[in-house]
Design a protein around this ligand. Structure first.
Ligand SMILES: Cc1cc2nc3c(=O)[nH]c(=O)nc-3n(C[C@H](O)[C@H](O)[C@H](O)COP(=O)(O)O)c2cc1C
Length: 365
C-alpha cells in the first residue's frame, strides 16, 4: 500500500451532458494502445476509465476509414466512450474522415496536431499543422459542418522553443468549436527529450474556456494528483508509464474513491497476463501471436523489477503460452520477493529521453 496522499481537486469533467469519470485515461500510442491494450487497462481498472482513444489513423491514405483494412479502427463495445483520432492536412479529407469515424460509432473524434515523426509532420500532418495555424482553423470548420459528436484536439506546445504557439492554437480551437484540448507539454523538435513543460500547460489551462487535459511524464498516482492540483488541468492522459504499469488507471480510480492503492505483486502480475491472453484470444489472435504479445508486455514491465534478469530471459525463450506461464510459476516458486522489492515504479519517473527506459520510444512515434 502506498502512503496517504493528498486528494485531487477534480476527479471528473463534463463534455456536453456526459460526465467523464475518472479524469485520467490512457494516451493514444500508435503500435501500443491497440484495442487489446486499451481493454486490458480498462479491465484492470474495473471499467473506471474516463474514455479511450484509438491509435491515430491517416485520412490521406486513400483507404478511407474502413475497419477491415485499418485494424487501428476496430474497437469493442465495452470500450465506449471511445475517441477515434485522425491525422492529415487536407480539410475535406479530414472532414470526410471525421464523419466516417462518427459513423463507425466513435463517441468523440480527435485531430492529431502532435505527431513529430517526419513521415507525418514533414507532410504537414500531426505537429506539422502547428506551422500552419490557419490551416487548423480551416480543418476544424470543415469537420464541424457535418460532425455531430464532440470534436477534440491533441497538440504539442509548438514546432520548436522559438515558436511556442499553443495559446494561438487554443484560441482557434475554442472559437471554431473544439470541445476538449489535450496538451503534450513538449515541442515537435523536442521529441521526447527534456521534461514536459507543465508551467505552460498550466498557463493554457488558466486561459482556456474548454476542458484541458495535461499530458507528459505522469508516471504515478502522486504525480497525477500533483499535476491536477498545481496546474488546475481538468484531466490527465498517461502514455509511456502505462506500458510498464497498466494498473496505473486502477490505482488512480481507487485513490479517487478513497480506497487503498494496491501495488501489483506476483499474483497480480500473473493475473494481468492471463487477462491479457484471454483478451487476445477473444480477438481471434493465433497462439503464436499471443505468445509474442505476452513477451512484449512482460519485457516492458519486468524492467521495473529488481533482480528479474534471468526470469526475463527464460520467459523470452518460451515457445508456447504454456511454457510462458510455466516459467512464471517457476519464478514464483523460487522467489519470495515482496511487491516493494519486485516492482519499483519510481524507476519510471525519469521519462525524459535520457533514462534507459525511455530510449526505445525515440524512433517509434
Ligand atoms: C510509441 C508511442 C506512440 C504514440 N502514438 C501516438 C498517437 O497515435 N497519437 C497521439 O496523439 N500521440 C501519440 N503518442 C504520444 C502520447 O500520446 C503522449 O502524448 C506522449 O507519450 C507523452 O505522454 P507520456 O509522457 O505520458 O508518455 C505516442 C507516444 C508513443 C511513445
Amino acid at each position: 500500500m502506498l502512503k496517504t496522499l493528498e486528494k485531487p481537486a477534480k476527479t471528473s469533467l463534463k463534455i456536453r451532458n456526459q460526465t467523464i469519470y475518472p479524469n485520467v485515461f490512457p494516451a493514444p500510442m500508435s503500435g501500443v494502445s491497440d484495442r487489446n491494450f486499451r481493454r486490458l487497462c480498462k479491465q484492470l481498472a474495473q471499467g473506471r476509465i474516463g474514455y479511450l482513444v484509438t491509435e491515430f489513423v491517416s485520412v490521406e491514405s486513400g483507404l478511407g476509414l474502413n475497419p477491415n483494412k485499418r485494424p487501428q479502427l476496430k474497437f469493442f463495445d465495452d470500450e465506449h466512450p471511445i475517441c477515434i483520432q485522425i491525422f492529415g492536412r487536407n480539410p475535406s479529407n479530414m472532414a470526410q474522415g471525421a464523419l466516417e469515424a462518427e459513423q463507425l460509432g466513435a463517441d468523440f473524434v480527435e485531430i492529431n496536431c502532435g505527431c513529430p515523426v517526419p513521415k507525418v509532420a514533414g507532410k504537414g500532418g500531426g505537429a506539422g499543422l502547428l506551422k500552419e495555424i490557419p490551416k487548423i482553423a480551416q480543418i476544424i470548420r470543415e469537420i464541424k459542418k457535418t460532425l455531430s459528436v464532440p470534436l477534440f484536439m491533441k497538440v504539442r506546445l509548438g514546432w520548436c522553443d522559438k515558436s511556442i504557439n499553443v495559446f494561438e492554437t487554443l484560441n482557434i480551437a475554442e472559437s471554431e468549436g473544439v470541445e476538449l484540448f489535450t496538451v503534450h507539454g513538449r515541442t515537435r523538435m523536442q521529441g521526447y527529450n527534456g521534461l514536459a513543460d507543465w508551467d505552460i500547460i498550466g498557463e493554457v489551462k488558466s486561459r482556456a474556456k474548454i476542458p484541458i487535459i495535461g499530458n507528459g511524464d505522469v508516471a504515478s498516482v502522486e504525480m497525477a494528483i500533483e499535476r491536477i492540483n498545481t496546474y488546475g488541468v481538468d484531466g490527465i492522459c498517461v502514455g509511456r508509464a502505462a506500458m510498464h504499469n497498466p494498473w496505473i488507471f486502477s490505482q488512480i480510480a481507487d485513490h479517487w474513491e478513497e480506497m487503498p492503492i494496491k501495488k501489483p505483486d506476483l499474483m497480480e502480475l500473473e493475473s494481468m497476463l492471463n487477462i491479457y491472453a484471454s483478451l487476445l484470444k477473444q480477438d481471434n489472435m493465433a497462439d503464436s501471436r499471443i505468445l509474442g504479445r505476452l513477451k512484449q508486455m512482460t519485457a516492458r514491465f519486468v524492467k521495473c523489477m529488481v533482480g528479474a534478469d534471468e526470469f526475463r530471459k527464460n520467459l523470452l525463450r518460451s515457445v508456447t503460452t504454456e511454457d510462458f506461464f510455466r516459467e512464471l510459476q517457476i519464478f514464483f516458486a523460487i522467489n519470495a520477493l515482496s511487491a516493494d522489492e519486485l516492482f519499483r515504479p519510481e524507476r519510471l519517473l525519469n521519462l525524459n529521453g535520457t533514462d534507459e527506459l525511455d530510449i526505445s520510444y525515440q524512433n517509434e512515434y
